[in-house]
Design a protein around this ligand. Structure first.
Ligand code: NAD
Length: 253
């Protein structure tokens, strides 16, 4: 197994990409710490892992709340005592052109998508520094590179993650910690369904997404989970500070 006995912490593991990655990491032998703000969904992920003879436990955390994140670190000190793999995956969407976005919405998107990565990494990096090894995967998006439009706050948040990833990589490479970023295209999850459900013409919106992708279809959470598995495992040991695109061949449009 590719992650035998590694401790893997995944934020936003109650749904979509995070959940699929938690299931895959567990299948590959990892002890998964399932983190989510939504207790019912996070516990469901753990139930599915245990039903498949995997190892997992749930910790309810709001990644934007420093107290909540510090409590998580304390919990880990008393349990696993380390983290080998951190997948900073929790995120929310932000639709709208810049002039339409309310300041409150802007702050919320930056808070979850950027400050959440900062806060969780801040408490987990010391475990990795101590053991002189670790793999951190930060969730960006292909939107950080392409001009998709109508996503001002979201695009800004995911662009920030690329810069943060490179900065973290330089700082922690001396401790044998790798920090890479994932840049998925459109992956069919509740996150995308939420956006589609607000579109006046759902079918037309799906057709437009498909048109933009050379693959001709939306991605699935497992497509990203496999990429996360590669970045988490030692197979990617020569990848440091890399933005890893997994987007079905998205073209500007
Ligand atoms: P999702 O909505 O299915 O899952 C997101 C999870 O994050 C949920 O379980 C939610 O409860 C959790 N979460 C939200 N706020 C939180 C908080 N404050 N603290 C802890 N947990 C919180 O979304 P998804 O599509 O699986 O997206 C996962 C990540 O992938 C996000 O960062 C998203 O921006 C990114 N992404 C998604 C796509 C896509 O097309 N689905 C594309 C590129 C990037």
């Amino acid at each position: 197994m590719r992650l035998n006995s590694k401790v893997a912490l995944i934020t936003g593991a109650g749904s979509g990409i995070g959940k699929e990655t938690a299931l895959l990491f567990a299948k590959e032998g990892a002890k998964v710490i399932v983190v989510d703000i939504n207790a019912a969904m996070g516990k469901e992920t753990v139930t599915e892992i245990l039903a498949n003879n995997g190892s997992a436990r749930f910790v309810q955390v709001d990644v934007t709340n420093e107290e909540s994140v510090k409590k998580l670190a304390k919990e880990i000190e008393g349990n696993e005592q380390t983290v080998d793999i951190l997948f900073n995956n929790a995120g929310i969407s932000g639709v709208g052109q810049l002039h339409e976005v309310e300041l409150e919405t802007w702050k919320k998107v930056i808070d979850v998508n950027v400050t959440g990565v900062f806060l969780v990494s801040k408490v987990i990096v010391p475990f990795m520094v101590e053991q002189k090894s670790g793999s951190i995967i930060n969730m960006s998006s292909c939107i950080a590179e392409i001009g998709l439009g109508n996503r001002a706050s979201y695009a800004a948040s995911k662009g920030a993650i690329l810069s943060l990833t490179k900065s973290m990589q330089v700082d922690y490479a001396p401790f044998n910690i790798r920090v890479n970023a994932l840049m998925p295209g459109t992956i069919y999850t509740p996150f995308v369904e939420d956006y589609l459900s607000r579109e006046p013409n759902r079918e037309a919106a799906i057709a437009k997404i498909k048109e933009r992708q050379l693959s001709g279809d939306l991605g699935k959470p497992i497509d990203v989970a496999y990429a996360a598995l590669y970045l988490a495992s030692d197979e990617s040991k020569f990848m440091l500070g890399t933005p890893f695109m997994i987007d079905g061949g998205v073209v500007n449009g």
